[in-house]
Design a protein around this ligand. Structure first.
Ligand SMILES: Cc1cc2nc3c(=O)[nH]c(=O)nc-3n(C[C@H](O)[C@H](O)[C@H](O)COP(=O)(O)O)c2cc1C
Length: 174
């Protein structure tokens, strides 16, 4: 039987904290929680559902093949792998006050990389309740995944996660 995973990078901060919250709410649905560096890329074919967690910390970081950028590493290793028939949901950390022109841009990066490989994306999330001017992580009033702002709206995070997990459970038919 195929497996489900929550993959996040980087560890030790807000992404990991919220990956754990999401994992708890998905208890009983066979999701393994792992940081991206611990994930064996050869396992991709054995996985049915992916949840990716990422923080926006500057575009150069994602495309940089050097250093500890495991997102780049993951997508490069899967350059020619088809994601057809697999489901993907994203959550992205950002700060809408300090970075209003680039709020959760990284959700756009994940969307692009997954669409290139024909994966199915679920878990789009309304932009209502956030204040920002531009984002590569949103279009037509929706983020491409759950946007979380632990710097400026941490009080809203638990409820957002609860609603979003309920939404993806339906969309992923869990
Ligand atoms: C150097 C740096 C650059 C950042 N750039 C952005 C940005 O462009 N857009 C955004 O929404 N948030 C940006 N942030 C905010 C982080 O995404 C946010 O603080 C997030 O919660 C960090 O997650 P982490 O603790 O897992 O690293 C930036 C933070 C840092 C430190």
């Amino acid at each position: 039987m195929k497996k489900n995973v929550i993959l996040y990078w980087a560890p030790g901060g807000n992404v990991e904290k919220n990956a754990k919250r999401i994992h708890e709410l998905l208890a009983g649905h066979d999701f393994e929680l792992m940081d991206l560096a611990s994930f064996d890329t050869n396992e991709v074919e054995n996985i049915q559902r992916f949840i990716f967690g990422i923080a926006t910390i500057g575009a150069e970081i994602w495309h940089d093949a050097t250093g500890d950028n495991y997102w780049n590493d993951f997508f490069v290793k899967n350059e020619n792998v088809s994601f057809e028939g697999k489901q993907f949901a994203f959550f992205g950390l950002g700060d809408q006050v300090l970075y209003p022109d680039h709020f959760v841009d990284a959700l756009g990066y994940l969307k692009e990389e997954v669409e290139k490989r024909n994966g199915t994306i679920v878990g789009q999330w309304p932009v209502d309740g956030y204040t920002f001017t531009d984002s590569e992580g949103a279009a037509d009033g929706k983020f491409f995944g759950l946007a979380l702002d632990e710097d400026k709206q941490d009080h809203l995070t638990p409820e957002r996660i609860q609603k979003w997990v309920a939404q993806i459970k339906k969309e992923m038919q869990l």
